[in-house]
Design a protein around this ligand. Structure first.
Ligand code: GDP
Length: 311
């Protein structure tokens, strides 16, 4: 463990954009990335870890930067045939992506746990950063809607987050303990960065893993988050809808309240400048900045801003 190391808490697409910028500025060996595995799913008998895969492909520079997930130059021939056999063709399973899931499932059947499998995949793809699933236990997020109870991925992809949310459940979270080393990495990190990820089903799930929230609160001054909510809405995805369902203030202030017990520093978007004082009243140092990462330059600039923060 290097004393200059960083810890990054990550979901999927929002996190990957920020991490892409960060990796242009920080030596990969210094990054310890804790990834949400609460939306992991088993489909076609295969173990799929959507957020881990997005971050893995991003670090390996193999990700489709347009879509923000999956491999670039992907094809979907296998899925085309799978759809003839299964009624779950809504999951966008690319041919190259399939290789990861086959490998992960094979290793799992041979007795490896999720952290070990992640290490092996990273080694094979020559990733030098340290990627860690939040826990080895299986945690799955379910959303109840008027159309019934469904896995988060089904709600997200098949139903495009359209149905009303009646309930959010995290199956298995009570038994989840952090992957070995996570709490120590948090304790010793130079800075801990919470990516602009979904505060309920990405960061929120990581925070529910035993001991992680408490470990962060002990080093509050080193914890920096970037708001995923801008002008009362998510940039993409259902974070705003989920916050509304939970009766939260759908704004960066609402996110700050969710994180207030462990957050020292909060980067909100320039467009929310007016809300700065309200957040500072919670005891969180707040910095408005342009946080919409539409291209690589903006990803790097945001990462640079975070790295430059005096804490
Ligand atoms: P998912 O698991 O693939 O949905 O991805 P994440 O949980 O990592 O990210 C989803 C969140 O990222 C959403 O709440 C978005 O509002 C946020 N997000 C996506 N792109 C950006 C961006 O460019 N800037 C900011 N500030 N937030 C973003």
């Amino acid at each position: 463990m290097n004393e200059n190391h960083y810890v990054v808490l990550a979901g999927g697409v929002g996190a990957a954009k920020f991490i892409r910028g960060l990796t242009q500025l920080v030596k990969p060996e210094l990054l310890n990335i804790i990834v949400n595995t609460g939306d992991d799913i088993e489909l076609f008998g295969l173990k799929i870890c959507p957020d881990l895969d997005i971050i893995t492909y991003t670090l390996a520079e193999l990700v489709d930067n347009e879509k923000g997930w999956g491999f670039k130059n992907e094809t979907f021939n296998c899925l085309h045939i799978l759809k003839k056999f299964y009624d779950i063709g809504w999951f966008n399973l690319g041919d190259k992506d399939l290789a990861t899931h086959i490998y992960r499932t094979d290793l799992f059947n041979r007795g490896f746990n999720k952290a070990e499998i992640t290490n092996l995949i990273c080694k094979d793809l020559r990733i030098k950063s340290h990627l860690m699933p939040m826990c080895n236990a299986s945690v799955e997020t379910f959303i109840t809607t008027p159309k019934g109870k469904m896995h988060f991925e089904e709600y997200f992809i098949k139903h495009q987050c359209k149905p009303e949310i009646l309930k959010i459940e995290f199956k298995g979270i009570e038994e989840a303990v952090p992957v070995e080393g996570i709490l120590e990495y948090i304790e010793k990190a130079k800075k801990i960065i919470i990516c602009p990820s979904n505060p309920i089903v990405s960061i929120g799930t990581i925070l529910q893993v035993k001991g992680i929230r408490n470990a962060l609160s002990l080093v509050k001054e080193k914890v920096i988050a970037i708001s995923p909510i801008i002008e009362g809405a998510s940039v993409k995805g259902p974070a705003d809808k989920m916050m509304r369902y939970l009766g939260l203030d759908v704004s960066c202030v609402g996110v700050a309240r969710l994180y207030h017990d462990f957050l020292g520093h909060f980067i909100i978007d320039d467009r929310d400048f007016d809300l700065k004082t309200k957040i500072e009243k919670l005891g969180i140092k707040t910095y408005p900045y342009d946080t919409i990462m539409t291209n690589l330059r903006k990803k790097i600039e945001l990462a640079q801003f975070v790295l430059n923060l005096e804490i």
